[in-house]
Design a protein around this ligand. Structure first.
Ligand SMILES: [Fe+2]
Length: 271
């Protein structure tokens, strides 16, 4: 029943079309930023956000980790329409020091990780169209904001994401980008986590996807226990639903585990 949605899993970050050298990376990531131009969003585009929000929240209500749900009102994401990043950042920066920045689409992995290292999360400056609510060629602002930002207001995730950014910069520069990408994918994007004895949604790719949220929780699909070693060795799919979903012992346990990982530890995990 889940495959009726013609929905591709949105990749967390993009191709390496432009790859600044590591020594220039910290300055160059800002070259990818653009104004959000919030005033140019049409009434129809704001309506797409509202439709997606109204469809997603009732399902996630009992099926997603609690800090995600708590983040929505804390950040004012329960207000109608596409969030304006300036107003969103006023709340987010006060909570954890993270801020959202606007990008026109996918950015190269090294620039993406460099942004995370600076507690900046890239947000696509566009939203999917009303006639293709379940199809994404690349992450839009609903995926980026609704899927990711609520947990950036939760301190353990705020620390984890910055740590992954720093490690990601080093890993990409050292040829271990695939390994850090797998860890990111199997937790931040498509991970599940135990909470109160139940398996809950953790990842943004699930939180923002109507079809795959149902699939990950309800379908007859493997849900192995998350370990760094297993996740680092397991390929993911960016063109369809995942063939399996790793389940962390808890959000906090996996966040702490990933936060403490360094480059030498990452290299040891590489398959
Ligand atoms: Fe994402």
């Amino acid at each position: 029943m889940f495959r009726e949605f013609d929905e591709k899993a949105p990749p967390p970050f993009g191709s390496a079309e432009r790859s600044p050298s590591p020594s220039k990376l910290r300055e160059d990531w800002q070259d990818y930023l653009v104004p959000q131009d919030w005033h140019y969003f049409t009434a129809e585009e704001h309506g797409v956000w509202d439709t997606l929000f109204a469809r997603q929240v009732p399902y996630l209500g009992t099926r997603i980790v609690t800090p995600f749900l708590e983040g929505i009102p804390k950040l004012g994401l329960d207000q109608p329409g596409i969030p304006e990043l300036g107003r969103l950042n006023e709340r987010l920066e006060r909570l954890t020091g993270w801020r959202c920045v606007s990008v026109p689409g996918l950015v190269p992995d090294d620039a993406f990780f460099a942004m995370l290292a600076e507690r900046c999360f890239p947000i696509g400056n566009f939203i999917r169209s009303a006639d293709s609510l379940d199809y994404l060629e690349e992450p839009d602002c609903f995926h980026d904001i609704f899927g990711h930002v609520p947990l950036l207001a939760h301190e353990p995730v705020a620390r984890l994401m910055q740590a992954m950014g720093r490690l990601g910069v080093a890993a990409v520069a050292d040829g271990f980008g695939d390994t850090i990408s797998r860890l990111y994918w199997h937790t931040v994007e498509f991970g599940l986590a135990r909470e109160g004895g139940e398996v809950k949604i953790l990842g943004a790719g699930l939180a923002s996807s109507f079809g795959e949220a149902h699939f990950a929780i309800e379908a007859d699909v493997p849900r192995p226990r998350f370990t760094l070693k297993e996740a680092a060795a397991t390929a993911y799919r960016s063109d369809t639903f995942q063939p399996l979903y790793f389940v962390s012992d808890s959000l906090e346990v996996s966040a702490a585990e990933l936060e403490s990982l360094d480059l030498s530890g990452l290299k040891r995990l590489a398959p």
